[in-house]
Design a protein around this ligand. Structure first.
Ligand code: DHB
Ligand code: FE
Length: 290
């Protein structure tokens, strides 16, 4: 059977990708941000998963107002970095895992969660920036990645509760897969930020850090937080944080198992317009290195 070994949570700010692509990571503005991911890169390299299921949102690059899937799973063999208006990022193409993705689609849909199946799409900064943060600048990404896109761009967006329950269904799906794969699930986006309107530039450190505390310790209760609180406290784009609840719902304790181990926690303000948050939670498995 396949199993989930860890979950990773991180913001996906596009300017972080630009800083890496243009070699600016040692500049004073960026140094503290990238320092917060040094441990993460060592951690990831020491525990290479067979597959990453990467929960992110598309920012009107693969999708548009023509079609707005609430939850979409990438079942294709490969996904190209999207051209977001200034050319595609110079990062490797993303190799998918069609067999596991199709299995997850089958299992999760039969488990009452409707997914849109996407065989062809480009992936934007929501997916490529987290890969860059965790893996650096390799010639090829170190493992296959299943893109899992969530609509948090156009209302109505899914509730935190639904995201958490979806994570639980994803865990069941992974555990029903008959190959012994080591699967990580990543939740990306956030933390507090608002890109438009009179409150543009909003950052709320207290709320963000309370979100991190609760995501670690009481995720089911956190999943009950309504949309209006995200928007009021964390800004209009802070709603991206509901995606973290999908990854968190896929951990063992959401199914009555042991609590995960906190391997890393990092918070930094600002990166571009955004408060950056980052967590790594490891499952307590007998054969997991600590
Ligand atoms: C910014 C952050 C995002 O999450 C995003 O999708 C676009 C821009 C920013 O901080 O500039
Ligand atoms: Fe975003």
């Amino acid at each position: 059977m396949a199993r989930i070994t860890a979950s990773v949570y991180t913001s996906h700010v596009p300017l972080i990708g630009v800083a890496m692509d243009l070699g600016k990571t040692e500049e004073p503005y960026w140094r503290p941000l990238f320092a917060g991911y040094e441990l993460s890169r060592r951690w990831f390299a020491a525990r290479p998963p067979d597959v990453v299921l990467l929960v992110y949102n598309d920012h009107a690059n693969a999708f548009s107002l023509d079609v707005i899937p609430t939850f979409a799973i990438g079942t294709g063999a490969a996904f190209e970095p999207a051209d977001e208006g200034w050319g595609a990022r110079p990062v490797p193409r993303v190799i998918g895992h069609p067999a596991l993705a199709a299995h997850i689609a089958h299992s999760v849909i039969q488990d009452d969660f409707d997914l849109t199946i996407v065989n062809r799409m480009d992936v934007d900064h929501g997916l490529t920036v987290p890969l860059s943060l965790m893996c650096g600048q390799p010639a090829a990404w170190p493992c296959p990645v299943i893109p899992f896109a969530v609509n948090v761009v156009h209302y109505p967006v899914p509730s935190g509760r639904r995201c958490f329950q979806l994570g639980r269904a994803i865990r069941r799906a992974v555990e029903r897969y008959d190959q012994p794969l080591n699967v990580q699930i990543w939740g990306t986006g956030g933390m507090s930020h608002q890109l438009q309107g009179p409150r543009a530039g909003l950052i709320n450190r207290d709320w963000d850090n309370r979100f991190l505390d609760r995501l670690i310790d009481e995720p089911a209760a956190l999943a009950e937080v309504p949309h209006v609180e995200y928007v009021r406290e964390a800004g209009s784009e802070g709603i991206e944080l509901v995606m973290w609840l999908i990854a968190r719902g896929a951990m063992a304790d959401a199914a009555g198992g042991p609590k995960p181990r906190l391997a890393h926690r990092f918070y930094h303000v600002p990166a571009s317009n955004t408060a950056v948050g980052h967590l790594i939670l490891e499952e307590q498995l007998e054969d997991q290195p600590s």
